[in-house]
Write a protein that binds this ligand. Structure first.
Ligand SMILES: [Zn+2]
Ligand SMILES: [Zn+2]
Length: 176
């Protein structure tokens, strides 16, 4: 039975992972739960960049692989990077089980603005669905309203919806 398992990566606010466990099934139509295991950040820190290497954490997440149809979603509160990019909101394995998102740059306070919990939750949800979409074999979409649109900034994230356009949805339906 296909399902989504959420793993806190390092320390993450429970309210974020619990929100995702409740909201992701609405869009992805799959059961979703928060794992009891946590993914360690150890050894992933880059002292020069002061960020964590996303791909290393993704590999660690894969060690928790359960059934063939289980997707693993890591949620980190630290800042992630993949060389040569200066930062990433998330990373996923195309057509594979693991994805990770970082909430670090999804906070309004990161941009010097007053914190907005509801906005933060919805940004997390969109980025989680986007990365999991890659796990289901979806590529980036040109429709800026589609969740598979590549977001370079939180403004891009706020513009897109938490759902798939018709084209992406048709591809996804074949995989679920
Ligand atoms: Zn993407
Ligand atoms: Zn689309």
């Amino acid at each position: 039975m296909a399902e989504i398992l959420i793993f806190p990566v390092g320390g993450v606010d429970d309210s974020i992972t619990e929100f995702l466990a409740l909201s992701l099934p609405e869009t992805l139509k799959l059961p979703c739960k928060v794992s009891d295991s946590t993914i360690s950040l150890e050894g992933a820190y880059d002292i020069v960049r002061e960020q964590y290497y996303s791909t290393k954490l993704l590999e660690r997440l894969l060690l928790h692989r359960a059934g063939a149809d289980t997707k693993l979603l890591g949620v980190a509160s630290v800042d992630l990077f993949i060389p040569p990019l200066s930062f990433v909101f998330g990373e996923a394995q195309f057509n594979n089980p693991a994805a990770i998102i970082s909430i670090h740059r999804l906070h309004q306070r990161f941009y010097g603005l007053p914190e907005d919990a509801s906005l933060l939750y919805h940004r997390c949800e969109k980025e989680a669905i986007h990365e999991l979409g890659h796990c289901f074999g979806l590529i980036h979409c040109r429709d800026f309203r589609c969740v598979m649109y590549l977001s370079y900034s939180v403004e891009d994230i706020d513009l897109k919806s938490n759902g798939f356009c018709e084209k992406c949805h048709a591809v996804l339906r074949k995989k679920l």
